[in-house]
Ligand binder design. Structure first.
Ligand SMILES: O=C(O)CC[SeH]
Length: 407
């Protein structure tokens, strides 16, 4: 019940990975049949990934995963600023937003690969960063707050499409619409637009044209693909800047060199094909199971339950249920460590080393401290059944009874 942490690979995905390991081990840059076979698999995967997000094949740059893709975007934004502000006509700076450091706007509930990368750039004096706080009422970053944070030297806005703990879907399309009109109005530095779609892909429709983003991060292991990723860029190096962090053998048009990981890319392409073909089924199944889960939790725990993903006016992912069972001895970590069957998390997997402190994402999203301390993040998957839900709720009921009887 922790599919926002990671997902298993679909059998068809495992099959194409295995096939590529056996048959397509050639270097894709080699000019003979073994290389051509590998290159063909990579090109087909590129087409499939592009189709999943509504982009073109040439807009897809394969990476090792979401963290690399996110780092590539922030690196590009800083280079974009320097490139645009290096020429003489910008020397005064104030005319075209080139005074001072590149300014990056993000939210205060981002994945650590955005949060810590932005923090590092600020710490080493390479960028100024504004983390716009999400509304404690809607759990969403509000468009007007993002616009209010824009400065003449703002070069990037990066906000995740959906949050990994609350499941709240962010107003990316509205943000992009406002910023694009701002970019048109003035000669100032173009503000680049990025969203980390890690938690949204495979759960809700994701269309880069509708969103209006310049960049979109794709993370395989959240939609039953291998641990590999990609970055969507709207016309990399032509319509939209993309500056490499790595230099080497020219692969990925020099945007991300390194001999391609053909089997993993093959798996990513197959998983993307499955999402394109089955998304509405996946989405309706997960929503059905999530609703059953919430009904059963409400039935069993009545006024002891608080749903941390219920925000008025905000849409949330169809698979995520962040919930707290109220009580002084029912901290999330304590409940989970006493459950016999439930495997879930109190928050992001990459924060699991942060001890038993309440999630900063929940606190930032307006969840009271004593409630956040008891949070359980339950995230269902494609195979989760109502019987699984009933078993989990019974496990929770028994565990709560045990803990409360012990005190
Ligand atoms: O939210 C999660 O568990 C995955 C990102 Se660390």
């Amino acid at each position: 019940m922790d599919y926002n942490a990671t997902t298993p690979m679909e059998p068809e995905v495992i099959q194409v990975v295995s096939d590529a390991l056996h048959e397509a081990w050639g270097n894709p840059s080699s000019n003979y049949i073994a290389g051509a076979m590998a290159k063909a698999i990579i090109n087909q995967s590129r087409q499939n990934v592009a189709r999943m997000v509504g982009g073109k094949a040439e807009d897809i740059v394969f990476t090792s995963g979401g963290t690399e893709a996110n780092n590539l975007v922030l690196h590009t934004a800083v280079e974009h600023f320097k490139e645009n502000c290096s020429t003489a006509e910008h020397s005064e700076g104030h005319k075209n937003g080139c005074a001072g450091l590149p300014h990056i706007i993000t939210s205060n509930v981002e994945h650590d690969s955005i949060r810590l990368t932005a923090k590092h750039l600020q710490t080493v004096g390479k960028a100024d960063v504004t983390c716009v706080p999400v509304s404690k009422v809607t759990g969403r970053v509000e468009v007007e707050d993002v616009i209010a944070a824009v400065r003449p030297n703002t070069c990037l806005i990066s906000v995740m499409l959906a949050n990994n703990e609350t499941g709240v879907i962010m107003p990316i399309q509205e943000i992009c619409q406002k910023i694009k009109s701002l970019n048109k109005q003035q000669e100032q530095l173009r503000i680049l637009l990025h969203t980390d779609a890690a938690q949204a892909l495979g759960k809700i429709p994701v269309d880069v044209q509708e969103l209006g983003v310049d960049y979109l991060t794709i993370v395989g292991h959240k939609f039953y693909a291998p641990r590999v990723g990609a970055l969507y860029v709207n016309g990399p190096g032509t319509k939209t800047p993309l500056y490499p962090m790595l230099f080497g053998g020219g692969q990925e048009r020099n945007f991300r060199p390194g001999t391609e990981n053909t089997p993993m890319i093959a798996g990513l392409g197959k998983a993307a094909e499955l999402v394109t073909a089955n998304l509405s089924h996946y989405q309706s199944h997960m929503l059905n199971i999530q609703m059953h889960l919430e009904e059963r939790l409400q039935d069993v725990f009545r006024d002891k339950i608080r749903f941390n993903s219920h925000y008025p006016g905000s849409d949330i992912l169809p698979n995520t249920c962040n919930v707290s069972i109220l009580g002084p001895v029912l901290q999330g970590w304590r409940v989970l460590s006493n459950c016999r069957r439930l495997l879930a998390s109190v928050g992001a997997a990459c924060h699991s080393a942060s001890g038993n402190r309440p999630s900063h994402i929940l606190l930032s999203s307006g969840v009271p401290t004593e409630v956040a301390a008891n949070a359980l993040r339950l995230s269902v998957g494609r195979e989760t059944t109502k019987e699984d839900v009933d078993a989990v709720v019974e496990d929770l009921r028994e565990t709560v009874q045990l803990l409360e009887n012990m005190n």
